[in-house]
Each structure stands twice: as structure tokens, then as C-alpha cells.
Design a protein around this ligand. Structure first.
Ligand SMILES: C[S@@+](CC[C@H](N)C(=O)[O-])C[C@H]1O[C@@H](n2cnc3c(N)ncnc32)[C@H](O)[C@@H]1O
Length: 249
């Protein structure tokens, strides 16, 4: 059977941090390399911060994530600070970071309104006045959960050369909150492991409202990583928001 460690390692096979081939990786890496101090919220296996150090980033890099198996992989580098926890736990830091990131849709793991508010408020407190939060989140109008069915299963090859199949089944999609299972198994479809997950899709007005309420001014909100507008067909919303000081709110 597949362990938590196997699944964490597979994440990097499925989602490599690749600034040459992926516009999202290039977008965030450019911002990270331009910031003295970076807090990566929902850092997963830490691939973005590992890459930043490899590129010669000399400032403070901190990653936080609640997934212990992913953090085991992140901790392979000990020249980065790693913290076990969720976004709402970020209250331990006060005005310490120039940039906070939530990459690869980590923002969609914030499910309830209370969790979104607590997380954004904590991140705001951790940012220097004028610091920026950069993230992307899938756009509710794209209804991408309709693409998550076994007919769209992905065939991959893991680190040991084994052929695997990863597929999804959506159990429910209510008001943007999507509950689904992810099945990882043999290439012939034999299931080795089933994980259940919940993701929240947002629309633009509610996203802006959450950000403004938490003290952020939205500086960029695009419908793709090329800087295009948000339209009903946009699959993501790519956001850069600046932490306002109280005087500016
Ligand atoms: C899709 S992964 C993205 C990982 C990484 N940012 C990347 O770019 O590959 C989403 C991550 O968010 C983490 N996560 C889940 N709930 C969270 C929360 N409330 N606060 C912060 N991170 C959370 C998960 O453990 C997972 O590692």
C-alpha cells in the first residue's frame, strides 16, 4: 500500500516546480527572488523555497504546512525554516516578511469563511507594512470539478520507474465547496490508496471582499499567469495584494 511519504513524493512528480515550463512557477520564483524575506504558507514539499536557495537567495525563507509527510521532504534542506501548522497559525510572526505566498492553489484549502478570515488576518500580521501576499485560486465559474472524473485519470511514472494511475471522483459540489476522492493505484486501475479532500472555489467579488476586510489592497487580480483579465471562462484568479497599514484602511 502507499504510505503518506509515498503520496508526498508523488506530489512532486505530478507537480514539479519548473520555471522553464510552468508559468506559475516562473511567476512566484521571480517574486521570491526579489524579496528579502519570504513566508510560504502551505509550502507542501518545499519545492519553491528549495529552488530559491539553489538559485542563491540569501534572505530569510520560511515554509509552513500542516502535512507532516510533505514537511519531511521539505526538511531535506536545513537552510530554510520549516514550521508545522496551518495558515491561521501564522500569528507567531509580527511584521517580519516582505512577501507571503500560497502557491499551487493552497488557498483553496481554506474552506469556511472563518478559516479564510483567520488565515488572511494572520498572514497580514506577519507581513511588514506594505508587504505583499501572492497566490492563485481556481475560479468558481470555470466549474473545473466537472473535469475531475476517472475518464480524465492521469498516468504517471514515479521516482522508481513504476507506472501509476491517479484519478478523481467528486462526491459533492455545493456553493463552491467540492468534496472529492483521489485514487492512486496501478496502471491497470487497481487502487492502492484513496484520499478524501475538500477544496473551495471562489468568485472574484467574494475574494476581493475577504482581502479588503483583512487589510489588503488588491494590486493585481488576473485571470491567468500571463496577466489576462478575469472572465467567466478563467480557470484561476492570480492575485497580488498589499498589506495596508491601519492608517490606510
Ligand atoms: C496543492 S498543495 C500546494 C503545495 C505547495 N504550495 C506547492 O506549490 O506545491 C496545498 C498545500 O496546502 C496545505 N494546506 C492544507 N490546509 C492548509 C491550511 N489551512 N493552511 C495552510 N496550508 C494548508 C496542504 O497540506 C498542502 O501541502
Amino acid at each position: 500500500m502507499f504510505s503518506d511519504a509515498d503520496i508526498a513524493a508523488l506530489y512532486d512528480v505530478l507537480n514539479p516546480w519548473d520555471t522553464e515550463r510552468r508559468a506559475d512557477s516562473a511567476h512566484y520564483t521571480a517574486m521570491v527572488m526579489g524579496a528579502r524575506s519570504v513566508l510560504d504558507v502551505g509550502c507542501g514539499t518545499g519545492a519553491m523555497l528549495h529552488d530559491a536557495r539553489r538559485r542563491g537567495h540569501r534572505g530569510r525563507l520560511v515554509g509552513i504546512d500542516p502535512d507532516r509527510a510533505a514537511m519531511e521532504l521539505a526538511r531535506r534542506r536545513d537552510d530554510i525554516e520549516w514550521v508545522d501548522g496551518v495558515a491561521a497559525d501564522v500569528t507567531a510572526w509580527r511584521e517580519e516578511f516582505e512577501l507571503a505566498t500560497m502557491t499551487s492553489n493552497a488557498f483553496m484549502c481554506l474552506i469556511t469563511d472563518d478559516e479564510v478570515r483567520a488565515s488572511l488576518s494572520a498572514i497580514h500580521g506577519a507581513l511588514e507594512p506594505g508587504g505583499r501576499l501572492a497566490f492563485e485560486t481556481r475560479h468558481i465559474q470555470s466549474e473545473q470539478w466537472k473535469e475531475w472524473h476517472p475518464g480524465n485519470a492521469e498516468e504517471i511514472v514515479d521516482g522508481s520507474g513504476r507506472r501509476l494511475r491517479v484519478s478523481h471522483v467528486v462526491e459533492s459540489a455545493v456553493g463552491g465547496v467540492v468534496t472529492m476522492t483521489e485514487t492512486t493505484g496501478e496502471a491497470d486501475g487497481t487502487a492502492e490508496r484513496v484520499d478524501r479532500g475538500v477544496l473551495r472555489f471562489f468568485d472574484e467579488p467574494e475574494l476581493r471582499e475577504f482581502l479588503e476586510e483583512a487589510g489588503f489592497a488588491v494590486e493585481e487580480l488576473y485571470g491567468d499567469f500571463a496577466g489576462g483579465p478575469v472572465t467567466p471562462g478563467s480557470r484561476v484568479m492570480v492575485v497580488v495584494a498589499r498589506a495596508q497599514t491601519l492608517a490606510h484602511r
